[in-house]
Design a protein around this ligand. Sequence first.
Ligand code: THU
Length: 140
Amino acid sequence: MREEEIKNLIEEAMKYRLRAYSPYSHYKVGAALLTDTGKIYGGCNIENASYGVTNCAERTAFFKAVSEKEKDFTAIAIVGGPEEVAEHSLSDYAYPCGICRQVMMEFCRQDFQIIVARETKDYKIFTLSELLPMGFGGLS
Ligand code: THU
């Protein structure tokens, strides 16, 4: 991916992070999912008083995209941090949880790019096969 595309995807994820509904953890996560045709679907974490019902930002983005008939994905950018931390000053990378990695496994190729970022110029990129080696199921 070009530097400009990565920066744009991270900025979208930052924007969606501010939409998180996280009154229980006070931790906000944003994700921006890029399709092979260049569309971006954003997502945030959405919590629930029954904690286990919570949906992560990454899955929100995937479920929005898949429900719009998208099936081919290039990359996802993920940003996360405590709610008191403002945009563009995140101190840690937010790695996707195991359930979200399994959802990626269902819909993505092994070379799908997972970008974890603290800011637009501070990020790391991993492939799905790096973050979920020998995963179950998925695209053949
Ligand atoms: N969370 C995400 O949105 N994505 C992840 O990959 C890890 C965790 C959310 C779930 C919960 O709302 C909050 O972060 C704290 O766990």
